[in-house]
Design a protein around this ligand. Structure first.
Ligand code: HEC
Length: 279
C-alpha cells in the first residue's frame, strides 16, 4: 500500500518542480523581452493602463478620491484632541509637529517601543476613550493619512542614529527586507533590488522604493485605484507578502514597523505628499 503512494508522491513532486522551474525561466525570458521594449519608459510612470484608465488616473491626481477620507480622519482626530493633544503626547511644541511627523517611525519612551504614527494615534485614541481601535480599520487609515498630511511638503527626516532602539529597528527591517520566506523563497529584495528595478512582473514595473516618483516612505498612505481604497504603507507591504506567498506579518508588529523604518529611510529627503495616488 505504501510503495505506490510514495511513487505517486515522487512523481507529483517531480512535476511540481518542473513547473516551478518553467515558471522562473518564463519570468526571466519575459523580463529580457520587456527590458528591451520598455527601455525608454520611466519607472515613475504608471504605464500599464488603458488610455481610459490613464485619463482617470490623471483626473484623480488633481482630485484625489482619498481627500474625503482625510476629511473624515480630521474629524475623528479632532475628537481625540487634535494637534494639541498629539503634540503634548509627543512632548513637543505644536508648531514643531510637521517636522517631527516627517521623522516617523520613532522610538517613543511612553510606549516603550519604536512605533509608527498609527500606534501613536492608537494610544491617543485610547486616552480619548475609544477602546477598540484596530490598526487595520478604515477609520484608522483615514486618521493616519490626515495626521501624516500635516507634514506635507516637509522632507522625510528619519534619523536612524537618533537612538539605539531606532537603529536596531532599522537593522531588523533591513534583515527582513532581505530575508527569503514563503512558498517561493522570495525576499522583498528579490523584486525591489537595484538590479531588477524596472523589469516587468505581471504587467507592472518593479519599483525602486526610494526613487523619485515612488518614494514609498513619503507617498503612503495613498489611494489605491485597484483597491478603490485608502491604504497605509504597512498595508501595502502586506499586499506584496500575500502576492509572493510569504506569511503576512501583522500591522504594528515589531517586524512591520522595522520594515517601515527601512523603507522610509530610502525616502530620506523626499517631500511628503499625502494622500498619494497609486495604481
Ligand atoms: C514577487 C515580487 C515582489 C516581492 C517579493 C515584493 N514586491 Fe513589493 N511590489 C512588487 C510590484 C510588482 C509592485 C508594484 C505594483 C504596482 O505597481 O501596482 C510592488 C510595490 C511595492 C510597494 C509600493 C511602491 C509604491 O508605488 O509606492 C511597496 C512599498 C512594496 N512593494 C514593498 C515590498 C516589501 C516590503 C516586500 C517584502 C515584504 C515586497 N514589496 C515584496 C513586487 C514585489
Amino acid at each position: 500500500m505504501k510503495v505506490p503512494f510514495m511513487i505517486f508522491t515522487m512523481i507529483f513532486v517531480a512535476i511540481a518542480l518542473y513547473f516551478m522551474q518553467f515558471d522562473l525561466n518564463d519570468f526571466q525570458a519575459l523580463n529580457k523581452k520587456s527590458e528591451k521594449f520598455f527601455k525608454n519608459v520611466k519607472s515613475s510612470i504608471q504605464y500599464s493602463m488603458t488610455n481610459k484608465d490613464r485619463a482617470i488616473y490623471e483626473d484623480m491626481q488633481e482630485d484625489n478620491p482619498a481627500d474625503i477620507m482625510l476629511s473624515n480622519g480630521e474629524l475623528i482626530f479632532n475628537n481625540m484632541g487634535g494637534e494639541k493633544k498629539l503634540a503634548s503626547f509627543l512632548e513637543i511644541k505644536e508648531k514643531d509637529l510637521p517636522k517631527y511627523i516627517a521623522g516617523f517611525p520613532r522610538y517613543n519612551e511612553k510606549i516603550g517601543m519604536v512605533v509608527g504614527l498609527d500606534q501613536v494615534i492608537q494610544a491617543l485614541a485610547y486616552d480619548a476613550g475609544y477602546k477598540k481601535t484596530r490598526l487595520s480599520s478604515s477609520s484608522m487609515f483615514s486618521v493616519i493619512a490626515y495626521v501624516k498630511s500635516l507634514a506635507n511638503d516637509e522632507r522625510i527626516n528619519i534619523n536612524i542614529k537618533e537612538n539605539i532602539h531606532l537603529y536596531e529597528s532599522y537593522t531588523l527591517g533591513k534583515n527582513i527586507f532581505h530575508m527569503k520566506r514563503g512558498g517561493r523563497g522570495l525576499s522583498c529584495f528579490s523584486c525591489h533590488s537595484q538590479d531588477i528595478v524596472d523589469r516587468v512582473l505581471r504587467t507592472q514595473k518593479l519599483p525602486n522604493l526610494g526613487d523619485r516618483g515612488v518614494a514609498a516612505g513619503a507617498t503612503w498612505p495613498a489611494y489605491r485605484m485597484t483597491k478603490s481604497s485608502l491604504r497605509t504603507l504597512q498595508r501595502r507591504f502586506q499586499g506584496c507578502m500575500k502576492n509572493s506567498l510569504m506569511k503576512v506579518l501583522p500591522l504594528g508588529s515589531a517586524e512591520m514597523v522595522a520594515l517601515e523604518v527601512y523603507v522610509t529611510k530610502k525616502a530620506l529627503g523626499h517631500k511628503i505628499a499625502i494622500p498619494g495616488l497609486k495604481r
